[in-house]
Design a binder for this molecule. Structure first.
Ligand code: SF4
Ligand code: SF4
Length: 408
């Protein structure tokens, strides 16, 4: 029997290299040829909400395509009633956009769906002056449109903005205004894992139509985050929620070193959607089973008795070890390592089974602030206010990446 760590390490290296066309993005032939369940799972008429000042009306469950590597999954999502697809230039290094574009074209439903994509500013581009920063952002967007085979998207996000300084960086902001004016995108948005600071800045800037924010049950008592998102909605900005399952919708082919606690995925999703300031959620399902499960809430957000029992058990939040990307632990590391980025890499690699995203995340960490610093450290001194076992997760990441391009 193969050692699971070896298998995972092999996946971490081999899977991204095995990409050959949308159908085999992660070599998932098992899912490609699986028979998708054909029943409709909505528990009532599909609930829809309006996305702030965009005026677009969307079903409350949409599709985050990030972890999907099977075109049939997008088709099945459409058959069920999903009408909004969220991708990004950085997902599977552009192949995710290619898959979305091809499926939508093949189905001939471009006018019936809304498409969001996202452009990030890479570290080495942060030093560009406004004109060059704007040009780079526009150039990236043009490439996305080409991969999507579309002349415009419905929402273009300034992606993964995790500091106030980045939020008001003029290059990307000017690019977004220009792209909207030229009709390359109908609406513009900002996505962040640093909700309170960045969303407050987005409200102040008064130029964004949509925000894409992390929201899940582990934040149930964080009035700062909840209040900030609600304030954005009240200002007319449309709110889309991501990371709704708190990292808990693990692919069946992923074997965690430490199993997650039993999770009611429907309870987690309903909890997010029971905040009516959220228009739609983009759970990142990667299997037909998870799609059916997530979509089942779309007609009725009342909790079942079982879901109520799950939500009442307060131990879930601690056991889920969801990193909220607050960044408060950075100071606790003598080398000021980018712990939030490492925690996200861990989630992508070991919970989502998305090796490509994990590699991209690790590669984007500034030199000296990533795993290479941790490799020289005998004992991790970082403690997390949200029960994330940082030392254990860094140890697992080190084991997973040993002998790979990230082992330096
Ligand atoms: S590990 Fe904990 S303290 Fe550090 S960023 Fe994540 S949630 Fe915040
Ligand atoms: S293992 Fe060491 S270097 Fe890495 S985060 Fe922990 S304390 Fe910092």
């Amino acid at each position: 029997m193969k050692n699971q760590n070896e298998w995972n390490r092999r996946e971490f290296i081999v899977k991204p290299l095995a990409l050959a066309g949308a159908a085999g993005i992660l070599g998932r032939t098992d899912l490609l040829f699986a028979n998708p369940p054909m029943k409709t799972t909505a528990s009532g008429p599909i609930l829809q909400r309006t996305l702030g000042k965009t005026g677009m009306t969307l079903p409350i469950v949409s599709m985050g395509v990030m972890n999907a590597d099977v075109p049939g999954l997008l088709r099945r999502a459409y058959e069920l009633g999903i009408r909004h697809y969220d991708t990004a230039a950085g997902y599977q290094r552009g192949r995710n956009e290619e898959m979305v574009g091809q499926v939508i074209k093949d189905m001939g439903v471009r006018e019936k769906v809304t498409i969001a994509t996202k452009e990030a500013v890479r570290d080495h581009d942060r030093e560009l002056n406004t004109a060059d920063g704007k040009a780079r952002f526009i150039e990236q967007t043009e490439k996305s449109l080409k991969r999507l085979q579309m002349d415009h998207v419905d929402i273009l996000f300034y992606h993964s903005v995790d500091s106030v300084e980045d939020a008001h960086s003029e290059g990307p902001l000017e690019a977004l205004r220009t792209l909207k004016k030229e009709g390359k995108t109908r609406f513009i948005g900002i996505s962040t894992h640093k909700t309170v600071d960045v969303i407050s800045e987005a409200i102040r800037l008064n130029m964004f139509d949509v925000v894409l924010v992390t929201l899940n049950y582990t934040m149930a008592h964080d009035n700062g985050i909840l209040g900030t998102i609600e304030r954005a909605a009240k200002s007319g900005i449309g709110v889309i929620a991501m990371k709704t399952q708190a990292g808990g919708s693990v692919r069946p082919d992923v074997h965690l070193p430490k199993p997650l606690p039993p999770v009611s995925q429907t309870a987690l999703l309903k909890w997010v959607l029971n905040h009516d300031f959220v228009t739609t959620a983009i759970p990142g399902f990667s299997t037909y089973e998870h799609l059916e499960q997530d979509f089942s809430v779309v007609g009725n957000l009342a909790y079942t008795e079982e879901e109520n029992t799950f939500l009442a058990d307060k131990s879930f939040t601690a056991q889920a070890e969801f990193c909220q990307q607050c960044g408060e632990c950075r100071e606790a590391c003598p080398k000021r390592v980018e712990v939030p980025a490492l925690m996200r890499s861990h989630m992508y690699a070991l919970q989502y089974g998305n090796a490509d995203m994990a590699r991209t995340m690790l590669a984007g960490i500034p030199a000296g602030k990533g795993l290479e610093a941790c490799r020289l450290c005998d004992a991790c001194s970082v403690a997390c206010r949200n029960s994330v076992q940082v030392a254990r997760k860094i140890g697992e990441l080190k084991a997973l990446t040993r002998g790979t391009a990230f082992s330096a």
